[in-house]
Design a binder for this molecule. Structure first.
Ligand SMILES: O=C(O)C1=C[C@@H](OP(=O)(O)O)[C@@H](O)[C@H](O)C1
Ligand SMILES: C=C(OP(=O)(O)O)C(=O)O
Length: 414
């Protein structure tokens, strides 16, 4: 098993980080560009494995499309291959085959796509068999499992001969990701009618226009640099993050407001955002429904700073790269904390359960989850830490360790 040791030191940190590009924006731009004819100039596409997998599979003529562990790639390509009438088997890692997709399959079947499960009902692998005539122009989709099903259906909507009306039912999670999809569709010349009061999204038949599109840096990836500043001992720590915008399409820009409470000030300029230290508050309440990917970042920071916390909106964490609630519970214990479910299925608190020993070297398991590795790495601002299987970061932020090595020493323990 591969592992690395991150060594705590008291070096002054004044660093500029050129952040990785957003895989969410990249994967939407790639699908929409392909649906527009494939000739748009997509600038700053992510080096993330999820995006590289998308690029590879869009070009491939193989009958099997293996998305590895990329959720958006699985969900968006399933809709894309359906509407472009390509016969494909969609598969992925064992974990991907445990992540639900039945809601998307039902929606595709409703509009007339012939699609079958290879093994277990509701989960990949899938066989996409073809799309003849459009059977229905109206679908209902539950909003509380994954917004990626809604984004996938929205993006193919303009290609459908009769367009598509999507009725969202129940609680809707990750809404900013749905809005990101709509804004990117608009950037490619397509209009979507949004009626959030009645939970109805409508797309008329339209043609995507070939467009030059610039991808923003990744706010989810930025969150780990916020953690570094929050946990740094030196009050003069400064990290300059390049390529981020104050008015972002990405809901994870909520990290600005969260970290303002946890001791990090954000100052935007023409090239990005500068992070500096300010006093932290003693308590934070946050609902992660709209920014689930930030939960691990924030859980580790509040544990490390002993800030009282109350978290809601963690439901979708259980069906991501790993069961992130369980993974957090296991690994936070290694620094004397725990994520306690204080109200069943609703509210959690990070609580101290044992004294913290800063001379110990916690060994953090990463559960095939890039965000476990990156969320726990900033602990190095307080103590030495070992990260197992550090290569997991490649899913969204392949240069993460290279960037970290600008501020701390990293030793390979193979
Ligand atoms: O659409 C997207 O790009 C994403 C949506 C979110 O998933 P859910 O909608 O499943 O919460 C998020 O967790 C994921 O990392 C990326
Ligand atoms: C959940 C994530 O990605 P996906 O669902 O696209 O695999 C993530 O990047 O944290």
């Amino acid at each position: 098993m591969q592992k690395i040791l991150l060594k705590n030191n008291q070096r002054e940190i004044k660093e500029t980080i050129k952040l990785a590009a957003s895989k969410s924006e990249s994967n939407r731009a790639l699908i929409i560009n392909a649906l527009s004819g494939g000739n748009g100039d997509l600038q700053n596409l992510a080096s993330a494995r999820d995006t590289q997998t998308m690029i590879r599979l869009l070009k491939s003529e193989d009958a099997v499309a293996d998305v590895l562990d990329a959720g958006t790639t699985m969900r968006f390509l399933t809709a894309y291959f359906s509407v472009t009438n390509q016969t494909k088997t969609m598969t992925g890692t064992p974990r991907m085959c445990e992540r639900p997709i039945g809601i998307l399959v039902d929606a595709l079947r409703t509009i007339g796509v012939e699609i079958e499960y290879v093994n277990k009902e509701g989960y990949p692998p899938l066989n996409i068999k073809g799309f003849g005539t459009q059977k229905s122009d109206e679908i209902s989709i539950r909003g509380d499992v994954s917004s990626q099903f809604i984004s996938a259906m929205l993006m193919i909507g303009p290609l459908l001969p009769n367009g598509l009306v999507i009725n969202l039912t129940g609680e809707i999670g990750s809404i900013p990701y749905i809005q990101m999809t709509i804004r990117q569709m608009e950037a490619f010349g397509v209009e979507v009618t949004e009626d959030w009061d009645n939970k109805k999204l409508s797309v008329k038949p339209q043609t995507y226009k070939t467009t030059a599109y610039q991808i923003e840096s990744d706010w989810s990836g930025a969150s780990y640099w916020y953690s570094v500043v929050a946990l740094a001992q030196d009050p003069n720590t400064v990290i300059d993050l390049l390529g981020l915008k104050e008015n972002s399409l990405q809901g994870d820009s909520a990290i600005v407001a969260i970290m303002e409470q946890l001791g990090v000030k954000s100052t935007f300029n023409a090239t990005g955002v500068v992070l500096t230290k300010i006093p932290a508050e003693s308590h934070i309440s946050w609902d992660f429904t709209n920014c689930p990917d930030l939960a691990q970042t924030v859980a580790v920071v509040v544990a490390a700073l002993d800030i009282k916390s109350s978290f809601t909106g963690l439901e979708s964490l259980k069906i991501k790269e790993t069961d992130r609630v369980l993974a957090l519970q296991n690994e936070l214990k290694k620094i004397g904390s725990d994520l306690i479910e204080v109200e069943a299925k609703v509210r959690y608190e990070v609580q101290r359960v044992a004294p913290r020993d800063l001379s110990a070297v916690p060994i953090i398991d990463t559960y095939d989850d890039h965000r476990m590795a990156m969320a726990f790495a900033p602990l190095v601002m307080q103590q030495d830490v070992i990260i197992e299987e550090p290569g997991v970061v490649a899913k969204s932020y392949p240069s993460f360790w290279e960037d970290m090595s600008k501020i701390v020493e990293i030793e390979n323990l193979d």
